[in-house]
Design a protein around this ligand. Structure first.
Ligand SMILES: NC(=O)c1ccc[n+]([C@@H]2O[C@H](COP(=O)([O-])OP(=O)(O)OC[C@H]3O[C@@H](n4cnc5c(N)ncnc54)[C@H](OP(=O)(O)O)[C@@H]3O)[C@@H](O)[C@H]2O)c1
Length: 242
């Protein structure tokens, strides 16, 4: 059921980490939230926790038909989207090798093409009445290091596309790029290269920045008056230098 006059925020990758925390933060600010992810059990549990105005919609950002169905369902049940948080992503790090070629395809399809497709599907709804797009990039969208080449390529690509989009859709839609360093989430758990996963997991085991702290920044960005746009936010844990 929709809540009258509440802005509608669509959050991809809402089943864990930064996406789930963003949903909690935006509900606290009075938003209705559409929670998109592949793991239906996770988003349904979160929707039940968040209560009225939270809608779980199973969708895969690599499957345009599922996004089209989600867009229709959201418009019908909550109203047209005012905010799109493009957060869904995977980080399959490892040495560059043919063994990892499937990881490369998945990262490009999810992080880059998935974000572009989700935006293309929701853009008409966002343009109708003053919208916001928040693209979750990474420090890896500005730096590259051995072992993260294709992940970094998806985030560098996202940064370039996002900057172009920002110029095209203003003033109807504001576009903000968020570039976090290490945040305590399950992101490294999906790495398929065992030695890399173990090494990266050790770094994440002592991660100090929480998803809730990133979500607070996203809520702050969205709460600015319409004449002010925060174009970009780069944030790192205090002990992360590069
Ligand atoms: N944690 C960090 O240190 C960090 C730093 C910089 C940037 N980021 C970025 O932050 C974003 C969120 O990551 P996180 O750290 O919160 O990790 P996470 O807890 O693993 O969350 C990733 C989310 O993306 C969703 N997802 C992945 N592939 C998807 C697909 N094809 N379709 C729909 N949803 C998909 C996952 O849901 P399902 O599996 O249920 O579909 C999950 O909800 C990512 O873009 C990541 O690159 C994270």
């Amino acid at each position: 059921m929709s809540i009258k006059n509440a802005r509608v925020a669509v959050i991809t990758g809402a089943s864990s980490g930064i996406g789930a925390a963003t949903a909690r933060a935006l509900v606290a600010e009075g938003y209705q939230v559409a929670l998109l992810a592949r793991r239906a059990d996770r988003i349904e549990a979160l929707a039940a926790e968040l209560g009225e105005g939270a809608l779980a919609v199973q969708a895969d950002v690599t499957d345009r038909d599922s996004l089209l169905a989600a867009a229709q369902q959201i418009a019908r049940e909550l109203g047209p989207a005012d905010v799109l948080v493009n957060n869904a992503g995977i980080m399959l790090l490892g040495p560059f090798s043919s063994d990892q070629r499937e990881d490369y395809r998945r990262m490009i399809e999810s992080n880059l093409l998935g974000t572009i497709t989700t935006t293309e599907v929701f853009l008409d709804q966002l343009k109708d009445g003053g919208g916001d797009i928040v693209n979750i990039s990474s420090v890896a969208g500005r730096t590259a290091r051995a072992g993260n080449g294709v992940y970094a390529a998806t985030k560098w690509g996202l940064n370039g596309w996002s900057e172009s989009l920002r110029q095209e859709v203003l003033p109807d839609v504001r576009v903000t790029l968020i570039e976090p360093g290490v945040v305590d989430t399950e992101l490294p758990g999906h790495i398929t290269h065992d030695a890399t996963r173990d090494a990266v997991q050790q770094m994440y085991d002592v991660a100090r920045v929480s998803p809730a702290e990133v979500a607070e920044i996203i809520a702050f960005v969205l709460a600015r008056p319409r004449h002010l746009v925060i174009n970009e936010v780069l944030l790192r844990p205090a002990d992360q230098l590069g």
